[in-house]
Ligand binder design. Structure first.
Ligand code: ADP
Ligand code: MG
Length: 368
């Protein structure tokens, strides 16, 4: 079996959308050369947005945003640090690299429109493998109505590095930053937390088992939801759309890439406020809890200090409470306070303990 066909058959089959390549042909990148490869990768690009005047094919992309403001964000992912190709299919990796970047744009209450993608490749990657990566990138572009307008392609001595830059638009005055939260604002989160982290623990464990015995296939059945949370996260475009529909503008917002704790700290620090977070309110899926039990990890740790949930954490003025209180996709998990009251986790037992910012190094499973 070729190196880029997933070791874990179950992952290959869990989503029909993500049928991975059969790996029968292998074309060395050297056969095509850099320009040939770029042509292959960009030949099927569809331009969807009016703001894209010129995409791939010149020295730079040309965009026209008229009077709108532009948000710009970039991410860099390195093999062995941010992802492990032993269990991450290349198509998923491409999709996720785009998704996590779009999440940063949505977290500004903006709409992403264009991306550029830069890759560094070692010779272990075939043309077909890179095409697989791009099929995931283009799928995310299709789903979120994004134009791929450029990038850069180069070689590397070891492994794969991928960098995505996203451009988005927002009306003047509609941007939501980390800095606008006021004491007494509600602290809210979309979706549920901890799933991506719990699944990563399982994949890492199963990968260790596999290294010892290659006949072992991982036991992932029954955990489709959290497997998807880890391998195919979806940025919350729908949440930003819901804000518009409900006539809500959060006072501050951030996307949850490093765990709830550290994101709350960012909001508090940037806004100059404190916070009470209620343990019993933190939304978690039943699969997350079940997996936590199986791996004897406290699910609260996964939600607070895990990572890669890509949900939106935001604060709302109390006046907006009525507008969201019945929305099942939003959970009020706490409220902001004066800075002098500190940043606290109020436990189910009722005691307040200072929240600790345990950032998380993606893929490395270590606290930083
Ligand atoms: P330059 O020499 O100016 O860097 P390149 O030959 O690298 O130009 O790129 C040619 C065109 O292809 C440019 O429009 C560039 O943005 C685009 N491009 C290069 N690499 C990629 C990639 N990996 N994905 C998408 N577009 C790319
Ligand atoms: Mg270039």
């Amino acid at each position: 079996m070729g190196i880029f066909v997933q070791r874990f058959r179950y992952i290959n089959t869990f989503l029909s959308l993500f049928k991975t390549m059969d790996n029968k042909t292998r074309t060395n990148i050297a056969e095509l050369g850099e320009f040939g490869l770029i042509d292959r990768l960009t030949q099927n690009i569809i331009i969807r947005n009016k703001s894209t005047i010129k995409g791939v094919g010149d020295d730079a992309a040309l965009l026209d945003y008229k009077k709108k403001q532009i948000v710009l964000s970039t991410d860099l992912l390195t093999e062995g640090i941010h992802f492990n190709l032993m269990y991450v299919p290349l198509k998923h990796l491409g999709y996720k690299a785009v998704a996590v970047n779009l999440s940063d744009i949505y977290a500004m209450n903006a709409i992403p429109k264009q991306i550029t993608v830069s890759i560094a490749l070692s010779s272990k990657f075939s043309v077909e493998a890179v095409e697989e990566l791009y099929s995931g990138i283009l799928l995310a572009c299709e789903k979120y109505n994004i134009d791929l307008v450029g990038g850069d392609t180069t070689s590397s001595l070891t492994g794969l590095t991928i960098s995505v830059t996203a451009v988005g638009e927002v009306e003047k005055g509609e941007t939501v930053m980390r800095s606008g939260a006021k004491p007494s604002d509600l602290l809210c989160v979309s979706g549920d937390l901890g799933g991506a982290y719990m699944e990563l623990q399982l994949l890492e464990r199963e990968n260790e088992v596999f290294k010892v015995n290659q006949k072992m296939q991982p036991q992932l059945e029954g955990y489709d939801y959290i497997l998807e949370r880890q391998l195919k996260p979806e940025p919350r475009a729908d949440v930003v759309a819901a804000f518009k529909k409900l006539g809500i503008k959060p006072t501050s917002m951030i996307d949850i890439s490093d765990g709830l704790s550290s994101e709350i700290m960012h909001l508090c620090k940037n806004s100059g406020v404190g916070c009470n977070l209620f343990e019993e309110k933190i939304p978690m899926d039943s699969q997350t809890k079940k997996m936590a039990e199986e791996l004897t990890i406290n699910p609260l740790v996964a939600a607070l200090n895990g990572g890669e949930d890509y949900e939106l954490l935001f604060t709302l003025s109390l006046d907006d409470y009525e507008k969201i209180k019945n929305d099942p996709d939003f959970t009020i998990i706490g409220h902001m306070t004066d800075a002098k009251e500190g940043i606290n986790l109020v436990t189910t037992g009722g005691s307040a303990i200072p929240l600790e910012a345990q950032g998380w190094n993606h893929g490395k499973l270590q606290k930083s």
